[in-house]
Design a protein around this ligand. Structure first.
Ligand SMILES: Cc1cc2nc3c(=O)[nH]c(=O)nc-3n(C[C@H](O)[C@H](O)[C@H](O)COP(=O)(O)O)c2cc1C
Length: 167
């Protein structure tokens, strides 16, 4: 296989940008910017997320058995960069961002236009990222959207010419 072709062609896949959050109830809170996300079923509503197997966030999602996907808005590039770094909770804020706990306990970012909460239904352990399959059990529309919902999301291509995750 030609390594350059593999990288370039895989980078043709378009991605939205999300903040994956989870709270294991033992004082550990995860919040990581992710892009390897898609819906995978209508009934039940399922989403899948590729989560770095050696990350702190993965351990917390596994222990919590629940997580949230906070959808970032078109103008929230700086929030994406905030959660590329390990998260901290100080003075009731998550890496400086206001949040509240959802019904699953997962942090919901107040400023994200929308979020879904999921129960982990299974995990496929294959490769350096594991596929976490979540059943959507709660949805939050924090702000009214105008136009197509998929036009409102921050996308990988909005992060700059040299930012990729994939290839
Ligand atoms: C552009 C970009 C996209 C990313 N997408 C993912 C992803 O889909 N899945 C993932 O597990 N990590 C992804 N990451 C890495 C996480 O953001 C990062 O590992 C995490 O925030 C570090 O915190 P943690 O180790 O405490 O979880 C991405 C990083 C960048 C720069």
């Amino acid at each position: 296989m030609n390594a350059d072709a593999k990288k370039t062609v895989l980078r043709m896949i378009p991605y939205g940008i999300y903040v994956l959050t989870a709270d294991d109830g033992q004082g550990n809170i995860a919040a990581a910017t992710v892009n390897w996300v898609t819906q995978s079923a209508f009934a039940p509503p399922l989403v899948v997320v590729g989560v770095k197997a050696d990350s702190g966030s993965y351990q917390i999602v596994k222990a919590a058995k629940t997580f949230a996907l906070n959808m970032l808005g078109k103008d929230q590039k700086s929030l994406a960069f905030t959660f590329f770094r390990p998260a901290d909770v100080k003075e009731g804020k998550l890496s400086g961002q206001p949040f509240h706990k959802g019904s699953t306990g997962a942090p919901i970012l107040t400023d994200a236009p929308g979020a879904v909460e999921c129960r982990v239904s299974s995990i496929v352990e294959h490769g350096d990222h594991h596929i976490v399959i979540g059943e959507v059990v709660e949805a939050h529309l924090n702000k009214p959207l105008s136009g197509r919902p998929d036009a409102a999301i921050l996308e990988m291509k909005d992060l700059g010419d040299n930012v990729f995750y994939g290839g």
